[in-house]
Design a protein around this ligand. Sequence first.
Ligand code: GLU
Length: 489
Amino acid sequence: MVKTRFAPSPTGFLHVGGLRTALFSYLFAKHHGGKFLLRIEDTDRERLVDGGIENILKSLRWAGIKPDEGIDLDESGKVIQTGKNGPYIQSERLKIYHKHVDRLIKDDHAYYCFCSKERLAELRQIQEANKQATGYDGLCREMPLAEAKKRVTAGESHVIRMKMPKTGITKFTDLVRGDVEFKNELIDDQVILKADRFPTYHLAVVVDDHLMEITHVIRAEEWLPSTPKHIELYKMFGWKPPEFAHLSLLVNEQKQKLSKRHGDVAVRDFIDKGYLPEAMVNFIAFLGWNPGDEREMFDLDSLIKEFDFAKISKAAGVFNLEKLDWFNREYLKKMPSAELIKICLPMFRDRRYEIGDNDWLGKVLSLEKKRVTTLVELVESIKFVFEDTPYEAQILVWKKSSKEETKNVLEKLVNCLNKISVQDWTKTGMESRVGGWMKENEFGTGNVLWPMRVALSGQKNSPGPFEIAEVLGKEETIERLRMAIKKLE
Ligand code: GLU
């Protein structure tokens, strides 16, 4: 059975690149009827952030990615662990790593290293000055085990390093990049257990992926150079390595690596701005993958059906915000009214709006949903329905008209609207009544509809006046028109 995993470090918020890794891992597992596991890699104690695990899981849950095994959140938002291969948080697995390190030492695949930070820094300086590759020089590699153990017993600070073979090459076939090979002589004797007895990522990732029965490791390209070390560790333990797939870098349109300096990179930022999960998932899926034809709209289920490594590109994925905006507009337009209301409700509540029934709310949202990009923009754009919008009297006046004329027209318009019954107070009802009245009196469209629209919305750009009037209702519409007339006095 195929089993993939996402193994984030809880060092902040989930990055869009992390979401892509998680999504691709999830899609691949589901495409093959397999399982998706979530593990937390928190061995780098200095980079941990409070609430880091919850942040990541909330963003994943928002995107609809749910682990079958490992770490998840319960209904109350608490971190839980499920599955028979736990614990799934590396800091809770120290004993397991210690046992495996002991095994490597016993089999002469790893050694104690007592070199001080100062010595290593000096070594690095010398190597850099001589334009040599930097790395550990193997001083402790040949120390007799008995001597090393004596120093350990005496309490001397130490780390444990793996004994990387000095000759030969490590080869593997990456599912994205094809055949790759590395010369072993260029690879450092990686530290696998630190002085604080925490494993490094390299040891923990191998032990965990093996014990958790991961069949496919899908991760970012930055881990490609580490893979030969991992493959050697698998060999040292006598285990079969999983398949590897390294996803290309994400870049912005200037071909720079995506980073906070150039804009939003945390999924949280996009959630806060009111992007829809469907749009984000569809957009992220296309960062390095495509279905091989013209189709663009894919929900999670159709992605699961189509997702395949054969269609993953080696080229960097370009994070094009305009494309994300396009997807978001498409999904917003398509979204059924009831669903849209449901996701906007918390924002209405935050703003303490008095909201009517769903039928009415649906009409309010329809005023703008085809004209905006995000949910936040949507709620902001219909603010005028709920709140007083201050505006200058001058913007009531259409370019070919004057203040007096506008005032005059609005007064007459109020009379005309007053005669429309509440039952006929619909967009089409008003269109025909006001339209007929305009024709009879030979009023130009701009002369009437421009000031009406501005009076009702307080804005130069807004939806059509009759749509707004229907939503506002007769009383409020007349009230706003009277206020406008007053402004023009
Ligand atoms: N903890 C690593 C990260 O956050 C995971 C790398 C891997 O998937 O092996 O990038």
